[in-house]
Design a protein around this ligand. Sequence first.
Ligand code: NAD
Ligand code: IPM
Ligand code: MN
Length: 352
Amino acid sequence: METRRLLVLPGDGIGPEVIGAALAVLEAVSHRRGFAYTIDEGLLGGAAIDATGDPYPPETRRKVEQHQAVLLGAVGGPKWDDRPRRPEAGLLELRQHMGVYANLRPFEVWPGLEHLSPLRTQGFRGLIVRELTGGIYFGTPRGRREVDGEWEGFDTMRYRQSEIRRLARVGFEWARRQNTPLVSIDKANVLETSRVWRETVTALGREEYPDVPLVHRYVDAAAMEMVLHPERYAVAITENLFGDILSDLAGGLVGSLGLLASLSVSGEVGSRGLYEPVHGSAPDIAGKGIANPVGAILSLAWLMGWTWADAESQALVTQAVAETIRAGELTPDLGGSLSTEAFTRRVIERLG
Ligand code: NAD
Ligand code: IPM
Ligand code: MN
């Protein structure tokens, strides 16, 4: 079998801590499943600014071009907040450079953590499909100018139909596979981009996915409904900024942001992907060794299942995480007392 290749970009804050955990799991899975792999490492974000002055340096860019699978920790922190080019800009360049326009952010209430969900439900599972390489994050013009003796900041939100269509297809496909309705979230009562979004999604649904029920929601109402009825959000598509906000809300719904993984893709299973936990660099707990590594470990699991097309390894890791959580062996964000390392050891023990 071909050797599997992986590029890791640990980044800043708790990024290197949770990536360390994910790589320990990878090492154990490779023994258990009998595959070989190689790891290359690159600089991104604040770590890259410190070393080179650039949050996404040419050296990292070259490495990204040579890899199909990229695992990222997190970037950013107070140290770099006043820089003209912040660590976050490096992350956005990376996403655009890889062309991974569909950011899938699954969330679920894990058995054993029901008490941490504000809903105290039996459990639910949802998926936010967030547009990742367009919208107000990237639109031009943007900047600041002086108007009447004061600063005015401005950003631009734009979406072309082709960008909307390719993202919506990803959502429709997941909804069809899971036999659930697709919820499309926008702000079409106010924004022109959202009106084009809604028309385009509706037409695509009619033409290509007539079997998938399509529901439209305004983003404000969706935020409320996700809290009261998360089960209605089995698969939801939305633009970049709304998806950013709603996915942190989903983290709160399931008990901790540290639980959420993501995969950013532009094709089918077997194609390239960027894998990163949904959370940030968590400066408030960085360096303490207590970060929850589940988001990073499950992002690695998705990497194995998607780019490496190895569903069995993904299932093995997901199962081990689920068992560890169900046993009540938890990090402090979930009310437990295990360190990142101790929790990771428990997961590895369950890999057999
Ligand atoms: P954050 O996600 O870093 O933290 C929010 C809260 O959640 C904090 O209280 C933190 O301690 C907690 N938390 C997050 N991940 C956790 C984990 N794995 N285990 C336990 N607790 C966890 O968001 P923030 O504080 O708003 O941002 C901090 C920095 O991270 C900023 O510079 C921001 O731009 C950056 N950021 C980066 C990414 C990324 O690299 N993908 C994502 C979000 C934020
Ligand atoms: C995320 C983060 C990033 C985003 C930031 C750090 C650029 O919040 O991945 O959710 O807004 O996309
Ligand atoms: Mn975010």
